[in-house]
Write a protein that binds this ligand. Sequence first.
Ligand SMILES: [Zn+2]
Length: 488
Amino acid sequence: MKPIHFAAALAAGLAVAATPVWARPKKATTVAAAPSALAPAEQAASLRDAALKDNNAYEFVAELTTRFGARPAGSASETAAAQWSAEQLKAMGFDNVRIETFPLEIWQRGDEQLEMVGPFPQKLIATALGGSGTTPPQGVEAEAVLFETYDRFNTSTIDLKGKIVVILQPTVATQTGVGYGVNSGSVRRQGPEIARQRGAVGYIMRSLGTHDHRFPHTGGTRFLGADGVPAMAISPPDAEQLERVLKLQKDGKAGPIRLKMLSTPKFLGTGQSQNVIAEITGAKRPQEIITIGGHLDSWDLGTGAIDDGAGVAITMAAAKTILDSKVRPDRTIRVVFWGSEEVSQPNDRGLTGANAYATAYRAEFPNHIIAAESDFGAGVVYSLSLPATDSTDFTKQIGNVLYPLGIFVDKAVSTGGGPDTTPLFNAGVPVMDLNQDGMDYFDTHHTPDDVLERIDPVKMDQNVAAWAATVWLIAATDVKFKGVAPAN
Ligand SMILES: [Zn+2]
């Protein structure tokens, strides 16, 4: 899809039937009195409407994904994307634009093939999990032990020595993404290491995807030390194929399932990755900081449009809308493009960019008013979850600004914020979420199909409008939030 401005989208009939403000025809907005004369909530509404008329986010993510394609953590592509982003942010007029580097163990995919050699020989579509181990160059062939659920695998006492473990558990599509959340920790992160400890020679899982197309979904796994078990994800139709073979086997109509895996990724050694940081310096209380952003790295299979080109573009464009209004907020707005969100590191570490940011800015945490990341594609925002606050006035005001976008203010206190704000949240920094509709996010997340065509520019503008209004109202007032750091 080409960049489409909001009005053009309406003309093209792209607006949906239920028409919140972001999808409704608008008369030309008259320029209000000098923006500085507006009350903060009025200015928030004006920024909201300005964002709806722009495609800054879409234009940015289109150029980012075109110039750099995939941006694996620690790759030359990720570094070049960071340098280009910093130049763009400077040209837009952001303050204190900088790149902060940190070391990273770099994992690179190798050759990969999977086939069922018996009882019904055929090729299967599979891809290696990030951080997983390697097979011998000629591959490994073994009998497969199939489990319909992860729990059956985890509680079974079957001897897995010399076997290939296969987990067939599907991922349930949900608006919030919780269906992915319950599987990513167990099936993808823990499973391969447990299989290794039980003597298995390989680990295959049904992709954590909610579609039935023949794409495998990659993603990081957890590993201890350098010799992980070879681990791959197969496409959902291939998992269902194996499930049917299993049924025939149980009915005595087929012999044992034998698989041949070839996957030769490797760790290239220590390299580096980086965070890109830009600010709008607060006019009255610059030491008070609102941190927003997304992550610049992506998996290697697609071009990282929804994960997470969208998030960096949405938060950047929201800040740019504020910058372009020429009215300075009281507090500093800091935009961070985190590096290396996706990849695991030896001994179960990860979120390397987020941790580098947390280490560098720990002294500022008492002055971090709030933090939030956009890392869920470009589907519409339907609710705002805030941290605890005593200011009911703030909650009412932001509700009035967001309702016309089809967004309500959730009563539950936010404990999310995004993966890269986790170290901040854990240190007591308040976090918020602009919750997006994720029903189709895991259809293409971490697949070759994570490309620009998955982004709807009209929905993306609604995101920018919500972020611009919310961030502004926090930055232009003295609202205070309370963090809820988990007890250790
Ligand atoms: Zn992501």
